[in-house]
Ligand binder design. Structure first.
Ligand code: 5RP
Ligand code: FE2
Length: 223
């Protein structure tokens, strides 16, 4: 399957959100990547339910919700009701990760787990079969426009080989510092979903940048 492109709404112009949502709708992008930060787990506060609900009203593609918040269990049902299609929680924020994943599935969403740059992929060994997606953070959570951390490539390759037999359908998403310069390497390493904020919204033509990211090859060929 061709890789997916998920523009990060964090880098959109919030004063022209509907315009930027329509741009994503009419582009080759696959998902809307929605970054929710609480100022506790991540050193930044992004937006919450009212903005997410507004995005949902206009978005014609799935919402990929990246929760950078403590205690995500408390809000799973509300995020599902607000229109999340995929809910990704941070490994570092969940004491009972298995229960959280069950709650996401019970709410009717696909479930993902995100790993901070310092968190080893090996920690997911006993939960891999329960997941729809793993998000490898290739920057520290909190801000768009940061520099890609190269070790993320090794984490993606390792995770891909860990998942091959136990969960071949697992999606590997990578998030932070992604652009045309490193997209090919990420796909070669085994990534399926590329998140990009600054590279898309900072481009002269966001629509063309999405098309270019979509055209990059290097992925593992799947039927
Ligand atoms: O989760 C995130 C930050 O915590 C964002 O999704 C990520 O940083 C995307 O932005 P950019 O492509 O500009 O790095
Ligand atoms: Fe994100």
């Amino acid at each position: 399957m061709k890789h997916l492109i998920a523009p990060s709404v964090l880098s959109a112009d919030f004063a022209n959100l509907q315009r930027d949502i329509e741009m994503i709708n009419s582009s080759e992008a696959d998902w809307f990547h929605v970054d929710v930060m609480d100022g506790v787990f991540a050193p930044n506060i992004s937006f919450g339910f009212p903005v997410m609900e507004a995005i949902k009203r206009h978005a014609k593609k799935p919402l990929d919700v990246h929760l950078m918040i403590v205690n995500p269990d408390q809000y799973i049902e509300r995020f599902a009701a607000a229109g999340a299609d995929v809910i990704t929680v941070h490994y570092e924020a969940c004491t009972h990760l298995h229960r959280t994943i069950q709650a996401i599935h019970a709410a009717g969403c696909k479930a993902g787990v995100a790993l901070n740059p310092h968190t080893p992929v090996a920690l997911l060994k006993d939960i891999l079969t329960d997941l729809d997606m793993v998000l490898i953070m290739s920057v520290n959570p909190g801000f768009g426009g940061q520099q890609f951390i190269p070790n993320s490539l090794r984490k993606i390759s390792l995770l891909r080989s860990m998942a091959t037999h136990v969960n071949p359908d697992l999606k590997i998403e990578v998030d932070g510092g992604i652009g045309i310069h490193n997209a090919g390497q990420l796909l070669e390493a085994g990534a399926d979903v590329l998140v990009a904020g600054n590279a898309i919204f900072g481009a002269a033509s966001p629509t063309e940048m999405i098309a270019e990211l979509k055209q990059v090859s290097g992925g593992i060929v799947q039927s």
